[in-house]
Design a binder for this molecule. Structure first.
Ligand code: HSE
Length: 307
């Protein structure tokens, strides 16, 4: 293989209670990237569209991942890549993760598929380190594995792919304000009360159990984040209004997508998802802040080869 073009999905990390340990991929939104083998060694980013990102291979998450992989595999060729961002960086939808995960996947194809999904996740985490200073696994593993994932352990890294109830839909609103992951991590407490930890880990268990048993009311009861959301919601204008609008229209729950500002709502079925979409839209349209919205199924496949 000398060339391929891929789609790398956007992802919703944390899913309320599972800070840094849960995520899922969405179907409708993502990046397109192309990879071309070159006889000249090294990595070159030849085009970036859809966002204003650096072409410096060491500072661009995708470029840095491809460079690391070619070096570690002692490849005797180089790669030219193009990146088309389908959505903005700083959205909370795993923008750097889509680039990092897509880069790991694409480079692996040109290397002859020598790495496992777990190894690709580790390379993609390096991209997250370059992009935001922390090698977080939740977004990148969701993009690579598809569906819902649990980062069961960071050291050693262990990713569990979880089942997805068939009627699960996500509605997302992206207010056009930028929240940098680094900043959204700096507002978090370094210590939490034991009673809060108990509530949170019980909700993670409940959410996972609900996914395995198709139990939508258990999913709904478990979509609660008492640890991170109270700090981060202050960075997102009208967060509580959106959450109320979503739950009033029948959403199972709503929360911050990754580090925000995108707010996601999980819903059972298309009809409820459409009502939730409308209610959220109505709640935001007079705020004076521009926004984008989408409804999506959960993406089961992860990264797809387009050409
Ligand atoms: N789990 C991460 C966070 C996702 O919430 O900071 C953002 O990359």
């Amino acid at each position: 293989m000398n060339y391929l073009k891929i789609f790398a999905p956007a992802t919703v990390a944390n899913v309320s209670c599972g800070f840094d340990s849960m995520g899922f991929a969405v179907d409708q939104v993502g990046d397109e990237m192309s990879f071309t083998k070159t006889t000249k060694k090294g990595v070159k980013i030849t085009a970036i569209t859809g966002a204003n990102l650096t072409f410096d291979v060491d500072k661009n998450a995708a470029g840095a991942v491809v460079k690391k992989m070619l070096l570690e595999a002692k490849a005797d060729f180089g790669i030219e890549l193009t990146i088309h961002k389908g959505y903005s960086p700083g959205s909370g939808l795993g923008s750097s993760a889509a680039s990092s995960a897509g880069a790991a996947f694409g480079a692996n194809q040109l290397l002859g598929n020598i790495y496992s999904d777990l190894e690709l996740t580790k390379f993609a985490m390096f991209g997250e380190q370059v992009a935001c200073g922390t090698p977080i696994a939740d977004n990148v593993s969701a993009a690579i594995y598809g569906g819902f994932v649990l980062v069961r352990s960071y050291s050693p890294l262990e990713i569990i792919k979880l089942p997805v109830p068939s009627e699960l839909r996500v509605v997302a609103i992206h207010p056009q304000v930028e929240v940098k992951t680094k900043d959204a991590r700096e507002v978090l407490p370094t210590e939490i009360a034991l009673k809060d930890a108990v509530t949170q880990w019980a909700n993670v268990g409940g959410l996972i159990s609900g996914l395995y048993s198709d139990n939508y009311s258990l999913i709904s009861n478990s979509l609660v984040d008492i640890i991170v959301e109270p700090y981060r919601k202050k960075l997102i204008p009208f967060f509580d209004d959106v959450k109320n609008a979503a739950t009033k229209a029948g959403a199972l729950g709503a929360g911050i997508s990754g580090s925000g500002p995108t707010i996601f709502a999980l819903c059972k079925g298309d009809d409820i998802a459409k009502s939730v979409y409308k209610n959220i839209e109505n709640s935001y349209k007079n705020t004076g802040i521009d926004f984008e919205m989408f409804i999506s199924k959960v993406n089961h496949e992860g990264i797809k080869i387009l050409e």
